[in-house]
Write a protein that binds this ligand. Sequence first.
Ligand code: GLU
Length: 326
Amino acid sequence: MDYQAVLEEVAAHARPYVGQGQVADYIPALERVSADRFGIAVADIHGAVYGVGDWEVPFSVQSISKAFSLALVMAQSHGSQGGDGNHGAPGGNRAPGGPGTDDIWKRVGREPSGTPFNSLVQLEAENGIPRNPFINAGALVVTDRLQTLTGDASTSMLHFLREESGNPDLAFDQAVADSEAEHGDRNAALAHFMASFGNLENPVPSVIQHYFWQCSIEMSCRDLAVAGGFLARHGLRADGSRLLDAREAKRINAVMLTCGTYDAAGEFAYRVGLPAKSGVGGGIIAVIPGRCTLCVWSPGLDARGNSVAGAAALDHFTTLTGWSVF
Ligand code: GLU
């Protein structure tokens, strides 16, 4: 496959969509990004990386971080993560894929919510257990777990993403984190509500602060495609060591397919047919298990919160290559 030629054709196809949609403004610091940006990158399972357009420009990962925090919690739960792993993680000696990795699933479900990412409505009827780890409530539970496992959820995430991307310069965007905290009443409400049901292990202010920092990390399409390589390699990291077992990687990919693109996951599966996770910064990562990981970025969002040009690009990529999972 001539990835470079495919990406160039995909970018040409997506061009008319660039600038369509709305740049997210409910976190005011996100609004400063130009809607005219577009980049796409592919990292194959052997480590080759290709890109077009703004593929090396950092942007706010926002909810894309949720796929990585889930992976890190699963890895930390059986102690196979490449970091120091010495934070007294409960279940640290359990076998990969053993019961320890399933603990998070007692506190968060894995069904599409059919409601907006920041909705409160299901939480009351469902006793403070969020539908899935990719809506905000579910991601807050995952961050809470990571905080317990590591003692510093957001720094662990940053180190994890630096290692997986091979980019030691990754950093938080303090302005975005502060802006989100200033306008974070909805996330605070979700966290307090879950705490009232006993579904948080750490104090609410600490959980939401780590969550805001985690979302504020800036990465490029190149960084995210490379960092997401373990999802295409069935849990293996770039250096051949194991982060997750194949069953865990399968599960993350499955939840990405069913819940990773807000309440448009059905539409996204129909158009693109790949596990994917989007963020309101305009990025989307997508995984072709056994082949490659893609990341596309263009800040204009549709009404559901997915990048308009990004979705068009991924749709065209799977149409051209025939590489959807279906
Ligand atoms: N930090 C954002 C929030 O909680 C993430 C939104 C997103 O990308 O879906 O509102």
